[in-house]
Design a protein around this ligand. Structure first.
Ligand code: SF4
Ligand code: SF4
Length: 67
């Protein structure tokens, strides 16, 4: 299965990915990126099934897949 990587510096904190993740494995972390936005992180990465909805939803192309 593909692994999902989060490129935190691109995140603008809009929350769309959190809202639309069917597995509810995403949430805001305490960390802020250089632009000052709280970045998205995985809460339960083992439950992610790489469905790709977060790729489609994110306007900032934060999610990338690793082979
Ligand atoms: S790939 Fe699917 S399950 Fe995994 S974080 Fe993205 S939306 Fe959620
Ligand atoms: S959809 Fe993209 S920009 Fe918006 S919170 Fe999620 S990762 Fe960040």
């Amino acid at each position: 299965m593909k692994k999902i990587k989060i490129l935190e510096e691109r995140c603008k904190g809009c929350g769309l990915c959190i809202e639309f993740c069917p597995k509810k494995v995403l949430g805001f972390s305490e960390k802020r990126n250089l632009q000052g936005y709280r970045v998205v992180g995985f809460y339960a990465k083992e439950k992610c099934n790489a469905c790709g909805i977060c790729f489609l939803m994110c306007p900032e192309l934060v999610f990338v897949s690793e082979e």
